[in-house]
Design a protein around this ligand. Structure first.
Ligand SMILES: [Zn+2]
Length: 277
């Protein structure tokens, strides 16, 4: 059974980490202009290329952006918003969450929240953690701040509602997996030993096959990308070919995560209540 009346939900998501992708791995990278320029490629070249592709195919998407990047690149954020895409919470500085105290994590949450409210006029609805991890406090913070969805967990490939302390919450999870992320395939730097770039055709094959099976099972499709990685010429073609492949299927909904979460939540609540009976 389909989970949304608007069609099979397809969530294209972009983590606009920019330079914070590198400073969060090592703060000393701030003094290495060439490493930093790998991050700058994201907002400078990647985002405009992605926006024009999404516009061409009339697709709406979600951008998870650290607060610091929002502060540093207001014109880039304005362009994303003008195109009708969603800005979601991705911490303040992209600090690796597992190394933070509760106070530091709260501060990252608060500052990221405030700047999104300032630039968009409303509270952020969704949250994706930097470095793909939660601390023992993260879930509590998400509920305290009233988030509507999270896109972090690996335990399913269809959206579900989080149950916290035995109680059903309103927090929709859009599950994540490395196979539906551009970084493991393409992220390469001389400072990240052991990483090799994959052929674009191999990635397109993996993403198409993931989509085909999820579509067949009437689940949902959430893809995580980074403008500094997917924004390269050979890779934006992968994304374009994937969009074309998906559009060849009936009854598809390319939705912003915030819209999809609101749309599917009542059905997920119902599903949970039926299971509990
Ligand atoms: Zn990130």
């Amino acid at each position: 059974m389909a989970i949304s009346s608007k069609g099979f939900p397809v969530q294209l998501t972009f983590d606009l980490d920019a330079e914070t992708m590198w400073t969060s791995r090592n703060p000393e990278n701030a003094n290495r202009p060439v490493i930093m320029s790998q991050g700058a490629y994201g907002w400078k070249i990647g985002v405009p290329r992605i926006l024009s592709l999404l516009k061409q195919y009339d697709v709406f998407a979600t951008f998870f952006v650290p607060g610091l990047v929002i502060e540093q690149r207001p014109q880039v954020i304005e362009a994303i918003l003008e195109h009708g895409h969603e800005i979601a919470h991705h911490s303040w500085s992209h600090a690796w969450i597992t190394g933070l105290t509760r106070e530091q994590e709260h501060d990252e949450m608060q500052r990221g929240f405030e700047i999104i409210r300032k630039v968009t006029g409303s509270d952020p609805v969704g949250y994706r953690s930097p470095a793909a991890e939660f601390s023992p406090h993260t879930m509590e913070l998400l509920l305290e701040y009233g988030f509507g969805y999270s896109s972090n967990f690996f335990d399913d490939d269809s959206p579900y509602l989080h149950v916290v302390d035995g109680k059903l919450s309103y927090l929709v999870e859009f599950p994540f997996h490395w196979v539906l992320d551009d970084a493991p395939f393409f992220q390469y730097s001389i400072t990240l030993p052991g990483r090799t770039m994959q052929a674009p055709s191999a990635v397109l094959e993996a993403w198409k096959l993931e989509f085909d099976m999820l579509y067949k099972e009437a689940r949902a499709f959430t893809l995580a990308m980074h403008p500094q990685i997917i924004g390269r010429p050979s890779r934006i073609i992968v994304l374009e070919e994937l969009i074309k492949h998906i559009k060849n299927h009936d009854n598809i909904w390319f939705g912003r995560c915030c819209d999809v979460a609101n749309d599917i939540r009542p059905g997920l609540i119902q599903q949970y209540e039926l299971q509990e009976k």
